[in-house]
Design a binder for this molecule. Structure first.
Ligand SMILES: [Zn+2]
Length: 250
């Protein structure tokens, strides 16, 4: 059992923040979240959620650690090559903050396990590397009315958007024919700095959700490019023929 003084020390730089305080910290401590994907974005977001002290964190990945991951996936070390990412990530996060409940799922998200993976969580962090999986998450988030924080990176740029029932969703934005090649970082490469920026913006949105505030990136796509240093929030309108419209309250 962890006492209050221990918690107050651990979170001493969090409590003074204007929107946190001791009440906000209690809300964070009760939050239940799933991070889908334990790659680059998963490393950034899972570590920050663990440091923040969320009550429950589910991490999901069916992959094993490879040497090419180490350039950007900060959950892993050279000695972890060949081990399941979910196992290594769980051990890393537990050492970082033993005060939170971590549940690992050593599987890729699919139509078969998505219901279980998104059960009993307050919001979903997108840390996957393909749009097929993102679209599954986008659909279930709208259907189950769970906020979903989309993030994607490629080469020097990335995007973040927060999606919830009623807001613009991924299918509103990209339609059904999104070109998967554009986001395959095997071809494009990816700069570690953009991953840290995009993952951090996802967590700033997540914090607002945990604190009961309105996220800043509903109906807005935050675009970031570290090659040109263009950072722009593009205002978006829903597509009225999208599936998500049927879930909007009239
Ligand atoms: Zn939509």
């Amino acid at each position: 059992m962890v006492d209050d003084s221990y918690n107050n020390s651990r979170y001493a730089r969090l409590i003074p923040l204007s929107n946190v305080g001791k009440e906000g910290l209690k809300r964070i401590r009760k939050a239940r979240v799933v991070v889908v994907g334990c790659g680059g974005l998963g490393s950034v977001t899972a570590v920050q959620l663990t440091s923040l002290g969320v009550g429950f964190l589910r991490i999901v990945d069916g992959d094993v650690v490879e040497i090419s991951n180490l350039q950007r996936q900060t959950l892993y070390r050279e000695e972890d090559i060949g081990k399941p990412k979910a196992d290594v990530a769980e051990a890393f996060l537990k050492k970082l903050n033993p005060d939170i409940q971590i549940e690992k799922v050593g599987e890729y998200l699919s139509e078969e396990n998505i219901e279980k993976i998104t059960s009993e969580v307050d919001f979903i962090i997108d840390a996957v590397d393909n749009f097929k999986t993102r679209y599954l998450l986008n659909r279930i988030a709208i259907e189950k009315d769970i906020p979903f924080i989309f993030g994607s990176v490629s080469a020097y740029s990335g995007n973040v958007m927060t999606i919830q029932r009623g807001s613009v969703c991924l299918e509103c934005l990209f339609g059904q024919d999104f070109d998967e090649i554009l986001t395959d970082t095997t071809c494009t490469g990816v700069h570690p700095a953009i991953i840290n920026i995009i993952g951090s913006i996802q967590i700033s949105e997540a914090t607002k959700i945990m604190l009961g505030e309105t996220p800043s990136l509903l109906n807005k796509l935050q675009f970031c490019d570290i090659r040109t240093m263009d950072f722009e929030a593009l205002s978006l309108k829903p597509n009225h023929s999208c599936f998500c419209r049927k879930y909007v309250k009239k």
